[in-house]
Design a binder for this molecule. Structure first.
Ligand code: DOR
Length: 440
């Protein structure tokens, strides 16, 4: 996909100087020269060409731009919470150069016309926006959406996110169809009948707080079912926002299945920064900032998703960036919609709260999700489209909700000091973030 990406942005060359390049091939000390939207040279030391802008990367890591498999940009339909422009600006500040936009918009992204609308709205965005298509018409879970016409426009990931596909027969058919189209189905794993009425994780805290809970099994039933359906059909399933120890165990077992000369079960999985860092104890504040679906779980679940990420059971960290307008998030806990901002804090939360070498964190936030989304997952080499991020792993910063680029303010990390910050982001050769400030 990378080589077909338009890289029309021109202007002065950029030299990213003094950093440590980390990508899927490993690590080296190198300067990176960017010209006409592409990486022009990667060498131990490059003198700035005449007129080049120099971006200081001393003490920093230079990596392929981050890729978010799970962003709610809310447009069309919910522009009071976010727009493609504001969400993409937040993404750039968070080091993302590509985001996959979820289809739970109004109208839903469930046909070619809406895919086209999103692509047009995203033309001047500060990162690449790849729409995910809905699996079923209107995300109603009744009838398959026209996947082929969306795939013809480049859609590679389909999901009814916000809802899981409840009917196993329909999911089976969707997987057969997806397999023929060579696209991936991403599943919001939630058995709606078992989850019905719940507002937080079902456990000790829900009993204490008197709030109805969602049992871990509501997620795990669908994880188990979709692994079985992936095995049955040969289709590729990507399991979204896994949150429980049981889900991690199911995926680990599926990935360990003998391959019998075949490809094995084609399953990948993601976890969010908030499920890697927060527990259901946070709900004791009754603050709807901590309401999210799937809900925050127990410390044991947090340990399990961290272990799953570290051992490769979980392939990607995905934000589930879910902006909600202030008046909605200020309702009572049971009335407020679920969801948290994620784009601007994702990398820093992972670097601060998860004990993972930075190259593993970057794999989970960049080239592994890129592969799942069918995008360029290649290393930082001459000729690559210049989608890069420059990270200062030692920078300590304070999360301030009112300073975020998002139209919404619902970050559960407000007031926290995080370690690790995106210093610069380069999108198609343009420095869209410099010294942690958006450039447009
Ligand atoms: O917390 C969530 N918010 N989970 C979802 O699955 C949907 C999302 C949203 O769209 O707000």
């Amino acid at each position: 996909m990378g080589d077909t990406t338009p890289v029309a942005r021109r202007g002065a060359a950029l030299l990213v100087r003094g950093g440590r390049v980390i990508d899927s091939t490993g690590e080296r000390r190198a300067d990176v020269l960017v010209r006409d939207g592409r990486v022009a040279a990667v060498e131990a030391s490059i003198e700035p060409p005449d007129g080049a802008r120099v971006l200081d990367a001393a003490g920093c890591v230079v990596a392929p731009g981050l890729v978010d498999l799970h962003t709610h940009l809310r447009q069309p339909g919910f522009e009071q919470a976010e727009t493609i422009e504001t969400g993409a600006r937040g993404a750039a500040l968070g080091g993302f150069t590509t985001v996959v936009a979820m289809p739970n918009t109004e109208p839903a992204i469930d046909r070619a016309a809406v895919v086209r609308e999103v692509l047009e709205l995203a033309v001047s965005a500060m990162c690449e926006v790849r729409p995910a298509g809905a699996i079923t018409k209107g995300r109603r879970g009744e009838e398959l959406a026209p996947l082929a016409e969306m795939a013809a426009l480049g859609v590679r990931l389909f999901t009814d996110d916000g809802r899981g596909v409840q009917d196993p027969r329909l999911m089976r058919r969707a997987l057969e169809y997806a397999s023929a189209l060579r696209v991936t189905l991403a599943q919001h794993c939630e058995d709606e009948r078992l989850a019905a009425g719940g507002h937080m994780h079902e456990g000790e805290w829900s009993s204490r707080l008197g709030l109805p809970g969602v049992p871990a099994e509501a997620e795990e039933l669908m994880v188990a079912r979709d692994i079985a359906l992936a095995r049955l059909t040969g289709g590729r399933v990507h399991l979204q926002h896994l949150s429980t120890a049981g889900s991690v165990a199911l995926v680990r077992a599926a990935k360990a299945e003998p391959k019998d000369g075949h490809r094995g079960v084609a399953v990948t999985a993601e976890v969010t920064p908030h499920h890697l860092s927060l527990t259901d104890a946070a709900v004791a504040s009754y603050d709807p900032l901590f309401k999210v679906n799937p809900p925050l779980r127990t410390p044991g679940d947090v340990d399990a998703v961290r272990t799953g990420l570290a051992d490769g059971t979980i392939d990607a960290v995905a934000t589930d960036h879910a902006p909600h307008a202030q008046e909605d998030k200020e309702r009572t806990f049971d009335q407020a919609p679920p969801g948290m901002l994620g784009l601007e804090t994702a990398l820093a939360v992972v670097l601060t709260d998860v004990d993972l070498p930075i190259e593993r964190a970057l794999a989970a936030l960049s080239w592994q999700p890129a592969r799942i989304a069918g995008l360029d997952a290649g290393p930082v080499v001459e000729g690559r489209v210049a989608d890069l991020c420059v990270i200062d792993p030692a920078a300590v910063w304070l999360v301030e909700a009112h300073r975020m680029a998002s139209r919404s303010r619902n970050t559960p990390f407000a007031g926290r000091k995080l370690t690790g910050r995106v210093r610069h982001t380069i999108f198609r050769g343009e420095a869209v973030v410099v010294d942690a400030e958006a450039q447009r």
